[in-house]
Each structure stands twice: as C-alpha cells, then as structure tokens.
Design a protein around this ligand. Structure first.
Ligand code: PEP
Length: 251
C-alpha cells in the first residue's frame, strides 16, 4: 500500500524564531495524535539546521524547498544536495511551479536535480502542473505528460521508490481556487497511468501522488478520499499550526 504524505511548503516565510515557534507548536499538537500519514515540513534554508534539531525524535520529517544539481563550486547563492543532507533533510521539493515560472527552471534542469537528489540520498517531491490557459485550451494531459516524462528521464525503477510526485495545477496555487476532487483525480489517474506505461503496474501502484493547490482543512478530506490522491503539498495553510494539523487530520 502506498503512503499518504502531507507536506508543508513554507516558501519564503518564517525567520529562525518564527520557524522554531511553528515547529514547537506542530510538535505539541501532533504529540497525542497518531497521524494516518507521513508528515513533512519544508522550512526555508536558514531554518533547516535548527528545525532538524527540534524535530529529532518527533514524527515530523524535514524537507528543503530547492537545491542545485551540481555537487559544489562557483554557484553563488546555491545550495547542494549534500549540504541539505548534512543538516538533516530527508526530502526536497523540486520543480515547484514558482521555480519554473520565476526562476526559469526547465524540465531538463529539474531532471538533473532529481538525479542529484537521489544520488545524495534525498527523496524528491517532484512537482508538475498546468497553467490556467493550458487547461482552458484542453492541453492539460500533454503538459503533464511532457513534465513527467522529461523530469523522470533516466530514473530507474529502484529510484522511483524514493520519489513522490505532486500534481499542482498552477491556477490553484495560492489563489484560493482548488481543483475539484474530480478534476484532481482525473489528472492523478493520468499520471499513475503514465508511470505504469513507463515503469510497471507495481511502481505505479506504489508511487505517492500528492495534490497541491489551496488545500485547507475544509477541503482536504474530500480531495484525499479520491482513489489516486495520496496526500497533499500545502502552501498557505501550512503556516499556521492548527490549519496544517487540520489537513493532517483530514488524511
Ligand atoms: C504550493 O505552493 O505548493 C501550494 C500548493 O500553495 P497553496 O497551498 O498556498 O496553494
């Protein structure tokens, strides 16, 4: 059975003190719960080291929001996979639509990052999703297929076991507009079929496919009850401990 995974992408929010406060609140609220899912938080780089210390022994795992595909060198401002490992990260979000749109990340760059992350022992949360105009012109599946196939080019069956895919329709991110459970389910099923064709039925059945895009406590349960939706990648609603815990309870 594949795992349900709820991950919080803090984006460029929370300085060190704010990060510590949120992690302590999450730990306290989760202390007496037995969540029916894996829980990941992805704070900004500057909070990772401290977050890792605070999360030791808790049921919350640590992820980063991005990394470079090179090992080290003259890449001013960048962070490598091994640096993330060294501060205790287990996961890394790659190919987020904000990285694609604002920072010009191509499918090829994302593919290099996925390979590097896996080689360093990090588990990528690989994001794909269509723009509103792409949905409106009926090319959602073409866009998703291209992103999935190029992003996963050269990734082996064994490596697929350490990858989470996140379907995040760009028009639903930070907009308050959520894909309907049926719209999301349709694309999740399409992605799972792609994985079956490219890999195997077993890999397709095992891969966790999260939904992301304005997930909140009040819509999480219905989205997560869809057959092919195995969790959520949460932006805005993960910045308050009670709303993130509300989503975890929805799982
Ligand atoms: C995200 O940034 O991955 C995201 C899903 O954001 P939000 O939940 O705010 O739409």
């Amino acid at each position: 059975m594949r795992k349900t995974v709820i991950a919080g992408n803090w984006k460029m929010n929370n300085d060190l003190a704010q990060s510590e406060k949120l992690i302590v609140e999450l730990k306290n609220l989760l202390q007496n719960e037995k969540p029916n899912c894996d829980v990941i938080v992805c704070p900004p780089f500057t909070s990772l080291s401290e977050a890792s210390k605070l999360l030791k022994g808790s049921q919350i795992k640590l992820g980063a929001q991005n990394m470079h595909f090179e090992e080290n060198g003259a890449f001013t401002g960048e962070i490598s996979a091994s640096m993330l490992k060294s501060v205790g990260c287990e996961y890394v979000i790659l190919g987020h639509s904000e990285r694609r749109a604002i920072f010009g990340e191509s499918d090829e760059m994302i593919n290099k990052k996925i390979k590097k992350a896996l080689a360093a022992g990090l588990k990528p949360i690989f994001c794909v999703g269509e723009l509103l105009e792409e949905r409106e012109t009926g090319i959602t599946n073409d866009v998703i297929k291209k992103q999935v196939l190029l992003g996963l080019a050269g990734i082996t069956e064994a490596e697929m076991k350490n990858i989470i895919i996140a379907y995040e329709p760009v028009w639903a991110i930070g907009t308050g507009k959520t894909a309907s459970p049926a719209q999301a389910q349709e694309v999740h099923e399409f992605i799972r079929d792609l994985i079956e064709i490219d890999y195997s039925l077993e890999i397709a059945n095992d891969v966790t496919i999260q939904y992301g895009g304005s997930v909140k406590p009040d819509n999480a349960k219905e989205l997560l009850s869809q057959k092919d939706i195995d969790g959520a990648l949460v932006g805005g609603a993960c910045l308050k401990a009670d709303s993130f815990i509300g989503i975890i309870k929805g799982a």
